[in-house]
Design a protein around this ligand. Structure first.
Ligand code: HEC
Length: 293
């Protein structure tokens, strides 16, 4: 008896690969229609996204301007030093500019003979001075809410897509194959752009604002940005979108200051592997050329 099974059609390895890869790219479009009450947070184009992205230093400088003039009155950046502003791979301000920024801050450095705090202007080596002395002080002027430190906020936040659970693996693969690692930055941008008037029937608590992407939709931070919140020195038009984009990019850098170096190293490794593969192939051909077959 012949028990062997023959497939009714021929499948080559290549066609299976094509099927898998194409389904990977098509599926997010098909499943994106799923919905909840919150709007989908959209994937934005960033200069630093993708395998070969890099920070745009002009954008980081503008983003610092927005942070400095708007956000810094409530949010600290305690992991950042003023000297970082002049380092490679960041906003790359000149040393003099970074020093001028540092000098605007007042640093408490020990106590004098009478036990009073000694104040001095900031230096390049100082960490960013926080806006409040402690959490209680911050809460007391923010209606009881605490404005969190923003140093690594771009890495600390993410979002969940409103898609059926069984499509999640597709998204994981899609994100990996397209090098998507800016979910936190996309959330920050969406948060800053997400202030709307509350829909009818939604009652906001005292001092709260309605935000479409913040979990629960009630946030204790009033919309911090407006069309002309900050003047840009480089002449870039000031729009809400531009401000939100620039400050989000700046916070992406504070959360990952070595991204440029990391991606540059990645490029070199890829180049090395390509050259190595070529050499190995040529070596193999030359070694086997002496063997008769
Ligand atoms: C007047 C004070 C104030 C200013 C100015 C301000 N914030 Fe906030 N921010 C807050 C408070 C308070 C919270 C906590 C909100 C809450 O928990 O409901 C907050 C929360 C946040 C969060 C965390 C949201 C989350 O998912 O938990 C981010 C991110 C943020 N602010 C970014 C910014 C940025 C960027 C700016 C400048 C463009 C800014 N904030 C300006 C007070 C402020």
């Amino acid at each position: 008896m012949n028990l062997s099974f023959t497939a009714p059609f021929k499948t080559s390895k290549l066609s299976i690969a094509v099927l898998v890869v194409s389904s990977l790219f098509v599926s997010p479009l098909v499943f994106a229609a799923g919905g909840g009450d919150a709007p989908e947070i959209k994937r934005q184009e960033w200069s630093f996204s993708g395998f070969f992205g890099r920070y745009d230093k002009a954008q980081l400088q503008r983003g610092f301007g927005v942070y400095n003039e708007v956000c810094s009155s409530c949010h600290g950046l305690k992991l950042l030093s003023y000297r970082n502003l002049a380092e490679k791979g960041g906003p790359e301000f000149s040393k003099e500019q970074a020093l001028a920024i540092a000098k605007e801050a007042t640093v408490i450095d020990g106590v004098d003979d009478e036990g009073e705090p000694l104040e001095r202007p900031g230096k390049l080596s100082d960490r960013f001075v926080p806006p409040f002395k402690n959490e209680a002080a911050a809460r007391s002027v923010n209606n009881g809410a605490y404005p969190p430190d923003l140093s690594v906020m771009a890495k600390a936040r993410t979002f969940h897509r409103h898609v059926p659970w069984y499509t999640e693996p597709y998204y994981w693969l899609y994100d990996i194959t397209t090098g998507y690692e800016e979910k936190g930055v996309d959330y920050l941008y969406a948060l800053l752009m997400g202030y709307k008037t509350a829909p009818r029937g939604v009652v906001l608590n005292d001092g709260m604002s309605y935000n479409t992407v913040f979990p629960g939709h009630q946030i204790a931070m009033a919309a911090p940005l407006s069309e002309d919140a900050v003047e840009y020195a480089d002449g870039t038009p000031t729009t809400l979108d531009q401000h939100a984009r620039d400050v989000s990019a700046f916070l992406a850098w504070t959360a990952e200051p070595h991204l440029n170096a990391r991606k540059d190293m990645g490029k070199r490794v890829l180049l090395y592997l390509v050259i190595l593969a070529l050499l190995l192939y040529l070596a193999k051909r030359s070694v086997w050329s002496r063997v008769k077959h």
